[in-house]
Design a protein around this ligand. Structure first.
Ligand code: ADP
Ligand code: MG
Length: 257
């Protein structure tokens, strides 16, 4: 049965105006920045240790999740002038900004958001099942009860931090096997709530078409895809992501939690 295509918004581009504060929880040192649209964003920097693949994963998975109707804060491209780092007292932040001139990834900053706690907070079965299925699709190991990467904002669940997904893209020789790789859901923070997994998976899978994936991959800037070993162009890398997702959706009996 054909389904109506879901909209995928292209990412807005903003220019950073001020570095506010580093977020030191994980290893990647994202920072809160203000931008010329008067927005405030959590920025992941191209020059951080894990490099641009983290940013690519954030855009692909975040955009796909948003297109599927899951709650991910808006993503934007943040143009950073390394000069913004000059006044930073912290050497590590200075170095990071110096290495990150040009486009970086921003996520709308949710002021006052609370970290999700599965002991205290409840998520309905449909949403929990959709999140678990998406995490399985993209191999997200960063949604455990120890490190949920879920926020509550205005009492609603928000998904953040998809940088550690799609691990095969750190070594494209692994992409073929990644299509059928099972997902270990035991540690998933929403496992106990996700009681409608098969229905959620079937419903979401219907929408993940080649057309949707082409629009999702188009959101990744060329600069983050160019000069990838084994590929001729940024578009060739985009096509490889599209093909991977289509194959994994097709093979979902092999990995569906
Ligand atoms: N959009 C956001 N709004 C508010 N706080 C955020 C947002 N994104 C991240 N944070 C906070 O910053 C922390 C680190 O961000 P995250 O994306 O998880 O990066 P990493 O774990 O790679 O360092 C999160 O655990 C959360 O506390
Ligand atoms: Mg995190």
């Amino acid at each position: 049965m054909p389904v109506d295509p879901l909209p995928v918004e292209p990412l807005r581009a903003v220019t950073a105006t001020r570095y506010v504060v580093p977020l030191r929880e994980g290893g990647s040192l994202p920072g809160v920045m203000e931008a010329d649209d008067l927005g405030t964003y959590v920025v992941k920097f191209r020059g951080a240790g894990q490099g641009r693949k983290v940013l690519v994963a954030e855009v692909l998975v975040g955009s796909l999740a948003r297109a599927l109707g899951l709650p991910v804060p808006e993503l934007v491209l943040v143009d950073v002038d390394p000069v913004l780092g000059r006044a930073e007292p912290d050497q590590e932040v200075q170095d990071l900004l110096r290495a990150s001139g040009g486009l970086n990834l921003g996520m709308d900053y949710l002021p006052g958001a609370l970290g999700f706690d599965p002991v205290v907070h409840v998520v309905d079965a449909e949403l929990a099942s959709q999140v678990l299925w998406l995490d399985a699709l993209v191999g997200n190991v960063d949604r455990s009860w120890r490190n949920p990467n879920l926020l509550l904002w205005h009492r609603k669940l928000q998904l953040i931090d998809h940088g550690a997904t799609l691990v095969f893209h750190h070594d494209w020789a692994r992409v073929e096997r990644a299509a059928t790789k099972p997902y270990a859901a035991d540690d998933h923070v929403l496992g106990g709530f996700a009681t409608a997994r098969a229905q959620a998976g079937d419903a979401l899978a219907l929408h993940i078409t080649g057309d949707l994936l082409e629009r999702v991959t188009a959101a990744v800037p060329d600069a983050w895809l160019e000069d990838e070993a084994g590929f001729d162009s940024a578009d060739a890398v985009r096509a490889a992501y599209v093909q991977h997702f289509l194959r994994r959706v097709d093979a979902r009996d092999a990995w569906q939690p």
